[in-house]
Design a protein around this ligand. Structure first.
Ligand code: FMN
Length: 384
């Protein structure tokens, strides 16, 4: 009898090791253990065998409850200039330093590398595919799709008011459906300052994959809408990120990147409390996102124009083909006019009719800041 119980115990131990059960599973197994114990006790009359069973079950329970598996986090990132990688480093550091958390960082690598700095025409030639969510091919991922993650952190940048093409490629990858289904996802956006339409597209791609978006963090460039229209294209087309004509340097301020660590610390605390299994955001009260709904109307106009002109360009040829260049040339002129007219006119009109729009803008701001919000009430918990 003792031998049978010993074998059963060994099988259970092997099973627990293989499955790396969570704390809820352990409670369940513990209850099963108690029931089994009672059954054995009834089956066997008292004597030395019962004592052996008691000891073995106690052993079993101690082993199982002390082998809580680490939380597994999948982080997805693509970066051109290294800016998004620096943000990912700050957020992931507290998780990577914690022995109770395992982080798998998957760096996306498009087969055809996007150049930096961008040649002028190649930069604009990227918009038809980006805005139509037509993704490039990626180098094989290090993932198999059979991994079971507790949380996914999706770092992405905005390209032409849509998620950047390499990130779209990941979301369209057959493995993404397996990896993200029913998983809680935190998105972290780093962009110039126009991200709302991209966020809409991201939300619908995640919903199609069956993922649960529980948080959204947005870090934007330090300059305002107008100065970044000069400094950001200068950065991408020449590689020069420095201040220019009195405008601040392009990109997200270095101290803001450092302060992004608070999100990693909060995620770490949330994982320890199993909070990712619930519906509530993990990063509320940490000033995760500040939406400027006044830009929405310009983003909407821009998205429409990218969509229509993108259709025309895609009908003219594949990315990089000469047949697209004449249309691109006209589009760049059209876009420049759009930027210097629609954005200021739309902002000026909104200022004039602000009292009429106040409620609508407040509602839009609230909705775009979901799920994490712009509250600051927990900022003092994570002073960096
Ligand atoms: C092709 C391209 C298009 C972009 N379009 C937008 C945009 O529509 N809105 C925005 O806020 N930022 C836009 N950006 C800025 C990026 O979102 C991001 O801030 C910048 O590329 C740095 O990211 P990195 O980490 O990949 O270097 C664009 C950048 C590129 C290269």
């Amino acid at each position: 009898m003792a031998l049978i119980v010993h074998l059963q115990w060994r099988n259970s131990l092997e099973y627990a090791c293989r499955c790396q059960l969570s704390s809820q599973d352990f409670c369940f197994i513990y209850k099963i253990g108690i029931i089994l114990y009672r059954i054995f006790r009834q089956l066997l009359s008292s004597g030395p065998d019962e004592a052996i069973i008691r000891i073995i079950l106690l052993h079993h329970w101690i082993f199982v409850t002390t082998s809580v598996r680490p939380k597994r986090v999948l982080a997805i990132c693509y970066t051109q200039t290294g800016q998004l990688a620096r943000i990912a480093t700050q957020i992931l550091a507290p998780l990577q330093e914690n022995p109770d958390v395992e982080v798998h960082l998957e760096v996306l690598r498009p087969l055809l590398v996007y150049p930096f700095p961008w040649p002028f025409f190649q930069f604009f030639d990227a918009f038809p595919e980006a805005s139509h969510l037509i993704a490039p091919k990626l180098e094989p991922l290090a993932l198999t799709g059979d991994e079971d993650f507790d949380l996914v952190i999706l770092f992405y940048q905005v390209w032409f008011l849509a998620p950047s093409s390499p990130v779209t490629a990941f979301l369209q990858h057959p493995l993404a459906a397996k990896l993200l289904k029913d998983k809680p996802v935190v998105t972290v956006i780093a962009c110039r300052n126009m991200w709302m339409m991209a966020h809409q597209k991201m939300k619908s791609m995640l919903a199609n994959l069956g993922a649960r978006l529980i948080d959204n963090v947005v870090l934007s460039d330090r300059g305002n809408v107008f100065t970044t229209f000069i400094t950001t294209p200068r950065w991408f087309l020449t590689g020069k990120q420095t201040g220019f004509l009195g405008c601040p340097p392009a990109g997200i301020a270095p101290d803001e990147i450092l302060r992004a660590r608070r999100f990693g610390l909060a995620i770490q605390a949330a994982l320890a409390a199993d909070a990712e299994k619930r519906e509530a955001p993990l990063l509320a009260g940490l000033k995760a996102v500040e939406a400027n709904p006044k830009l929405y109307f310009s983003e909407q106009a821009g998205t429409r124009s990218f969509y229509l002109w993108g259709k025309l360009l895609r009908a003219a040829g594949e990315p990089g083909q000469w047949s697209r260049k004449p249309i691109l040339f006209f589009y760049v002129i059209f876009l420049a006019i759009l930027i210097v007219t629609v954005v200021p006119v739309s902002l000026a009109l909104q200022t004039l009719i602000r009292p009429l729009l106040r409620k609508k803008l407040a509602r839009m701001k609230h909705d775009f800041e979901l799920p994490s919000g712009s509250g600051i009430e927990r900022m003092t918990d994570y002073v960096i």
